[in-house]
Every structure is written in C-alpha cells, then in structure tokens.
Design a protein around this ligand. Structure first.
Ligand SMILES: *Cc1c(COP(=O)(O)O)cnc(C)c1O
Length: 246
C-alpha cells in the first residue's frame, strides 16, 4: 500500500516536471515561428487542450501561467470544472457540439470554437439570450473537405456568417480548423494558408456584429507550421501533457 502511494507521488512529480519542460520547449518553438513570420513575440494565444487529462495536471499547467484551456466534450468539461483552479483562466469548447448539448454548455465557456452550422448557432443564441449573455463563437471550417470531419464547407462561409450575424446571442470572433492528416509540413501548410486567405477575405467584408480576429489552427504536430501561415491561436494537447493513452 505504502509503496503504491509512493509510486503515484513519483508519477505525479515526474509528469509535472515533464509538463514544465514541454511548455518551455513549446514557448520557444512558438517564439521562433513568430519571429520567422514577422509578428510580435506573444502575438499567438496558447491554448492547453485538456481532454483526458486529470484535473491535478491541468492545475499544474495553469500554475505555470497558462490562461486558456480547451475541452472537446461537454460532459467531461462539466465533470472536471469544479476541480480546476480557473481564476483568470478562459475556457473554450473545441469539440463538435450537438444541438441537444447546447443548453448545458452555454454560460460555462467563454467561446465555442466549433460552430459549423446556422442551426447550432441559433440554438447557442437562444440559450445565451435566455441566460442574459452573449457567447463568442468561432466558425469551424472543414478545410480538407473530409466527409469524416465536422466543420462548414468553405464555400458556405460568407452566407453563414451573414446569417449568424443576425443572431442576438452570439458573436463571431474568428475561424477554426483542423486540417487533414498530412505527410509533410509543406502539405499541411497549404491548408493553413488557405485558411488564412479565407480569414483575411471574410475579415475584409466588415460584416456588422462580426469581429473576425481569431484564427485558431495548429495542434501538437503542426502548431509552428500554423503560426508560419498566420494562426494566432494554437491548440496544443499531447505535446504539453504527454500522449493520450485513452
Ligand atoms: C485534441 C484536439 C487538439 C489537440 O491535439 P494534440 O494533437 O494533442 O495537440 C486540438 N484541437 C482539437 C479540436 C482537438 O480535438
């Protein structure tokens, strides 16, 4: 019994140490990419993706100064939230959101990054109005036109933005994407570059009630590539916390 407690303690100490080292490395990589891109250091918002990670380790990451976390599942987020030290920390939902879960999540996160239809936006707006708040959203684009993935078809972006702009309870703050799995950095950068172009195009339209200023793209394997192509919010899970085992 005593031994296994020690093992647990040792595991925690080691994992916390790893998280610190990983975070330092990631910040260096981000700074280098920002420099190459020619944007100011610190221009990229860092999100720690906390899916499957126990609150103990999330809290350790937060103690390092991380102030934005992302979760995929409404249920998992609601379960962990009471155990998290969220003072001064922003929480976003980044996973696909079913209409029937909207009611539970509205008011629990500042931003829903995974809005991919007018239908879900309408529901978010309705629930937000009922709570007397507005919810920030990003429009998720299915940039690789993959059947298996959620996200809006890029051709529908403009008309979808116009429709969402009419909704009183939501505010579009930007775009989000998860590109297809690619064999090379060159290949993934093309998807990121296409996203950046969409982002610039739609920003220039100056749609009322839309403040297009966040471009959320890049994960553990490609956040530097994303920054090189214009991302200003990166979502990093396994490179920070270690590989997800389930
Ligand atoms: C899991 C997830 C991430 C982070 O993935 P890693 O490869 O572990 O960094 C980022 N964005 C979304 C939407 C995710 O679901």
């Amino acid at each position: 019994m005593e031994k296994s407690l020690n093992d647990l303690e040792q595991y925690r100490v080691q994992r916390c140490h790893d998280i610190e080292e990983n975070y330092k490395q990631i910040l260096e990589n981000i700074a280098r990419a920002e420099q190459t891109r020619g944007v100011p250091e610190g221009a990229t918002k860092f999100m720690a993706v906390t899916k499957t990670v126990e609150p103990y380790f999330i809290n350790h990451a937060l103690s390092l100064g991380i102030d934005l976390i992302g979760e995929n599942r409404v249920q998992e987020l609601m379960g962990k939230k009471p155990e998290l030290n969220l003072e001064g920390v922003d929480v976003h939902l980044i996973g696909h959101l079913q209409t029937n879960k909207v009611k539970q999540i509205v008011g629990e996160v500042s931003t829903i990054q995974s809005v991919d239809s007018v239908k879900v936006a309408k529901e978010i707006s309705k629930c937000s109005e009922a709570k007397g708040i507005t919810t920030d959203v990003l429009v998720e684009i299915n940039i690789g036109d993959e059947e298996s993935k959620s996200g809006l078809e890029k051709n529908l972006l403009l008309e979808t933005c116009h429709e969402i702009a009419e909704l009183p309870g939501v505010k579009v703050e930007g775009l989000m994407a998860i590109p297809p799995i690619c064999d090379s950095s060159t290949e993934v950068r093309e998807f990121f570059a296409t996203m950046y172009k969409l982002f610039i195009d739609i920003s220039s339209k100056k749609i009322d009630n839309i403040n297009m200023h966040i471009l959320s793209m890049g994960m553990s394997s490609d956040y530097a590539d994303a920054i090189l192509e214009g991302a200003n919010l990166v979502r990093v899970g396994s490179s920070l916390f270690g590989a997800r085992i389930y």
